[in-house]
Design a protein around this ligand. Sequence first.
Ligand SMILES: [Zn+2]
Length: 503
Amino acid sequence: MARCGHGMEMRPTRAGRQRMTTYDVEVIKHRQWMQVARGPYLPAFDDLLRNEFLAEAQQQAWQRRALQRMVRYAAAQVPFYAALFARLGLRPVDIDDPQALENLPLLQKHDVLRCTGELRTRQLPSGERVATVTSSSGTTGRPVRVYHSTASARMFSLLSHRHARWFGFDPAGTMVFVCIPAEMPGHAERRIDTRHAVVREDHWRYVGQYFDTGPQYSFSIANPVDQQLTWMAEIRPQYVKGYPSVFEEWLFANAGDVPVAGLQALFGIGAQVTPALRSRLEQSYGIPVQQAYGLNEIGIVAGRCAAGRYHVHTEHCLVEIIAADGRACAPGQTGKVVVTGLRNFAMPLLRYDTGDLAVAVAGPCPCGRTLPAFGEIEGRYRRYAALPAGTKARVNTLVDAIGEIATEHLNFLRRYQIYQDRSNRFELRLVTAAPIPEAFRSGIARAWEAVAGDPAIPLVLREVEAIEPAPSGKLLDFASELHVDASVNPHATTASDRANGRG
Ligand SMILES: [Zn+2]
């Protein structure tokens, strides 16, 4: 039978569970979710499941149609694109499939900042209105604001649900969201001081709009780690969503023990999880670390499958991985993540340069999903754009070195930050709970030797009382005094400007 339609049936499997495909498993999980659907039943959730397993030709045809629709719309209704197409002598039909996107220039964050008004639609399609405005930290401290139409905003819920299904989350489970202060429920209304509070909602954010789920508790990363762990022990959640740096701090503070019995999964958002951190967390806790990728300007972009690929939510956007010469990367190559929105008719963004790097992949994914995918996310490149040569290698080397130190030698550590001063000297700042063990000192010294350069750039291990979050509220593993020049270079971003995925 066809893999689609409402009242989806599982295809008969002769050999029972061992022969079940990913599709069969997803159908079972989908049915379990539909039993707790609230309000009017939404065929959109069936469509999402069907799209994940379309044959490749259908998959491509669907993407082509969605892209053509958005390009035609943008050229006709959005002043920025009308002018761009005229300037380049392009017609909408010239951008009729994803390969043709390379005829358009990349759209940078500073373009969006400068041209917010021109990027807004003159007239929304009928039935659509502006539903929400997202805001992300900009290059000069001015936030980048993106207006989202109803259809675009709704994708936060639909795709959050897709992730919950992929990751095998039990709807009845309790979710904890460890967030930056600005993401706390009630923050915008400023009804209560949410900085040092736990806020309970009856359902998981986004998913709870359509399904009966367990409760969600939110607290801010601004609270001391010991307080966070005390709350975790009281709430006893099955799932925790948050920034990977938070999970790493819990690991340090808890000597590698799982923060609370019964925890089923960690869900990392907003920044890369290095392979070293992922395997440390998974091995120490014995639970999976799930990951999604997204950014406020677009929304949820991709979710990571069990085979380690980030599958792109083509119902919402397209992704290109672009080499330095502007061409698509070959499989295995690392390049810029460039996203084209397909849903947001309020403020279309075509070929938006996310500032992130990821590895290109090709060929069918072992998980069986046919949604296009990319590989490991390697963090932000603009972070290093205005900094001395070798900075990125030095920072990555230190992060990896800490990742490779045995857990028993990390018990002293509560938080760390790599700091670069104006003279390109480095400090590894450490918030400690015990003396620094020799194994840590020697491991760091060995790693630094390889990247210190000649003459060697000094690295000092400095114990500090506290490491404050950046103005954005995020915890940074790297801060540089040399980033102050970012304000005069529109292509550079500040250290505080990390990808802020939502999921
Ligand atoms: Zn996959």
